[in-house]
Design a protein around this ligand. Structure first.
Ligand code: SAM
Length: 253
């Protein structure tokens, strides 16, 4: 049985991570992510360039990073494109870290972070040029409600890029229920998106496996590493049951 993935769970997860240079080093080695951006998820560094390309942000455009965590991916994309970034997450601890990272990485006034959920982001209708959600959509209940919210906050013509996992075989009960509940090829068009493409990213999955194996080889009581080890044991026991996917789409113009 896994713990409820509520805001208190994630606040503790982020507090543990902040004190774990060992976890940072494993993530840097296996995913290629610079530790100073304090990523929380498992999108490898080359994925940032792919997301940037798909989002097609205009200079000074508005990027929403939903379920942003410590905000590293959105901050990096804002730095590369000159966009402004607004990050939303329900974990207040993570948002404190995100503000500090943005202050170090972006000019003043280019980033803001506020508490909100995947289904109630607190963002105005139709204001965003692009929206990203890295490894977060599956936490909404149901995930289709997050897709409806993403559609609401994007401008007509605005671009969407999501990273997630998907069951190799629909209904496989080795796959977490929250992943089984989401089928981006089915659900994005149903939420009103157009130009939907769902790409497999086996190389991201290979990097993730490497990360779990390296975490499992580390001794010691570091809580952030223990959490990674627990996730790794679960993932490796069902390895082959999930694909890693990048979905891109647009709100019709
Ligand atoms: C795997 S982490 C990814 C964080 C960030 N996107 C990254 O890649 O570094 C998942 C994030 O989803 C957030 N989250 C989970 N359920 C949420 C919800 N219902 N509303 C808002 N955020 C949520 C968690 O707090 C966590 O920051």
């Amino acid at each position: 049985m896994t713990a409820a993935r509520d805001a208190a769970y994630f606040d503790q997860w982020y507090a543990d991570m902040a004190a774990s240079p060992v976890r940072d080093a494993i993530v840097a080695r296996t995913l290629g992510l610079p530790p100073e951006l304090r990523f929380a998820s498992v999108l490898p560094w080359p994925g940032v360039a792919e997301l940037t390309e798909h989002l097609r942000l205009p200079p000074d455009g508005l990027l929403l990073d939903i379920a942003c965590g410590r905000g590293g991916y959105g901050i990096e994309i804002a730095a590369r494109t000159g966009a402004r970034v607004v990050g939303v997450d329900f974990a207040a601890v993570a948002l404190g870290h995100a503000r500090a990272i943005a202050a170090a990485r972006l000019p003043a006034g280019r980033a803001s972070f506020h508490v909100g959920t995947l289904t109630a982001t607190g963002v105005a209708d139709g204001g965003a040029d692009a929206l990203m959600c890295v490894d977060g959509t599956q936490f909404a209940e149901p995930p289709q409600a997050a897709l409806a919210e993403f559609h609401r906050v994007l401008k007509p013509g605005g671009r969407l890029a999501l990273t997630c996992w998907a069951a190799v075989t629909p209904g496989d009960d080795r796959v977490p229920a929250r992943i089984r509940a989401l089928d981006l090829a089915r659900d994005l068009p149903a939420a009103g998106f157009t130009g939907v493409e769902v790409h497999d990213r086996p190389e991201w999955l290979a990097a993730e496996r490497d990360m779990y194996e390296q975490a499992l080889a580390v001794p010691g009581p570091d809580p952030a590493v223990l959490s990674l080890q627990n996730e790794g044991r679960r993932a490796l026991a069902a390895w082959g049951s999930m694909r890693r996917v990048l979905a891109v789409a647009a709100r019709p113009a």
